[in-house]
Structure formats: C-alpha cells, structure tokens
Design a protein around this ligand. Sequence first.
Ligand SMILES: Nc1ncnc2c1ncn2[C@@H]1O[C@H](COP(=O)(O)OP(=O)(O)OP(=O)(O)O)[C@@H](O)[C@H]1O
Length: 245
Amino acid sequence: MTDALALDGIYQHVKGRMALMDLRLRLAEGDWLLVVGPNGAGKSLLMRLILGLDRPSAGTLRVFGEDLERLDGRAMRRLRHQTGAVLQGGSLLASATVLDNLLLPLRDTAMTRRDMARAARLVMTLLQLDGLENHPPRALSLGQQRQVELARALIHQPRLLIWDGLSDGLDLTAIRETLERLGKLRENRKLTLIATDNRPEILADARHRVAVLDRGRLLFEGPATDLAAASASRLELRSALWGQP
Ligand SMILES: Nc1ncnc2c1ncn2[C@@H]1O[C@H](COP(=O)(O)OP(=O)(O)OP(=O)(O)O)[C@@H](O)[C@H]1O
C-alpha cells in the first residue's frame, strides 16, 4: 500500500542556518501523528514542506506516493485537493460569513450549490458549529473560529489533514473532544492527520503516534505509549519536552 507520507533525509536551510536536519518519517493512510516540540523547533517549517508551500533544501518528500519535487503545477493542484490545512495565525475572511468562509475551498470545483450546502452542513455538524453559518467570524469565540478553520480544511473531504498549532484557541479538553470528533473521519474515510503543538501536555492521553522535534531534529517518533520509557532514559528528549532534565 502507498504511504500517505514518506520523508527521506529532509533538510531545510533558512536564512543561513539549518532549520530541519535529516528528517525521516513514514505514515500509512489513516495514521495520526502528533508532532510536539518547543517554539522554533521547526514544526511549521515541516508542515509547509508537506503542504508543498516550500521546497526542502535536500531530501525526498512523498505525499500519497507523489514526489513533490517532480510535480508540475497541475499535479500539485490535484494533490492539494487531497489535503486540508489549518495553519497558525488565523485565516478566516473577516468580511465573510462563516458559511462563505467554509465554501472557499469549493469555489473552483464543479459542485452544485446544493452539494456545497450539504458538504458545509456535514462539517458544521461534525464540529458542532450548527447555527453559526450566517455569523461573521468576529462574533465567534477564538475556539469557534479555530473550529471553523478546521471545518473549512475538511469541507472538500481531504485524505490528509495538516493542523499546525493544536492549542491555538483551544484548551486541552477542546482539543481532545475535537480529535475524538475527527476520529469518525479516520474510521470512515481513513483520514491521515499530522498535528503539531508546543505543549507536551497534549500527549498526556495520546493514543496515536507521536514525534518530538527539537532544533530541527526528530528526537523521537513512535507510538505514544513508548514515549515515557524513551524519555526516562534520554535526557535530550526530556529536555525538549519539559525544558529540564
Ligand atoms: N521566514 C523565516 N525567516 C527566518 N527564519 C525563519 C522563518 N521561518 C522560520 N524560521 C526559523 O526557523 C526555525 C523554525 O521555525 P518554526 O516556525 O518552524 O518553528 P515552530 O516549531 O513551528 O515554532 P512555534 O511552536 O513557535 O510555532 C525558527 O528558528 C524560526 O525562527
């Protein structure tokens, strides 16, 4: 079976220094990976590479078997359609309603207005946003705005979801509940998820794979259940997670 994601020897040079070093990673379809690391570890840079927004300085990156380096514009657009992204910094259009924000990814598709409305209803119900369609984003809480961004990233039924900054606008309970809701998409459609955060607390009850990134290096990658044992014997891992030995 084709991997959802395969990174081999990825390096990224940013403004005179190496910001990502020799990253190797494989995810099967339906795998979920939480990437944790302190500020500046390189999480957002990595997400941008996976989304094809930046190109790596070296190494190979395949998404659903496609080598991003070799894709022409058309193939990249096709691949982007299989991917949804929630990035840091908030990205909702302030002048549009929640519904119009949600429909943005469907703008250039052949979908009918009716199918679009159905797709919007599905993601709004999944993320418990019903009733908010005609509100402007500023009328929503930060957490609701984040959920709208998430709904927009899911409206075209992507196979891969990138969520950079789980705790932006959401507390640990809201993150857990949201991941549980997304679990339906994993069961029904084999959604692959890569999510990042700088708070190791989000790993407390993680049931999936986790990775620890620190200063551009992947210090750990594996089942969440193996992390405690690994960090008990590795000072650098404890220090990356908790900032102390
Ligand atoms: N456009 C840029 N110009 C210069 N340096 C950059 C740029 N983007 C990222 N960096 C640097 O690359 C490193 C990794 O940044 P990145 O944003 O990926 O970290 P992060 O792990 O996502 O951090 P955070 O948890 O704060 O979001 C940092 O040292 C950052 O300063």
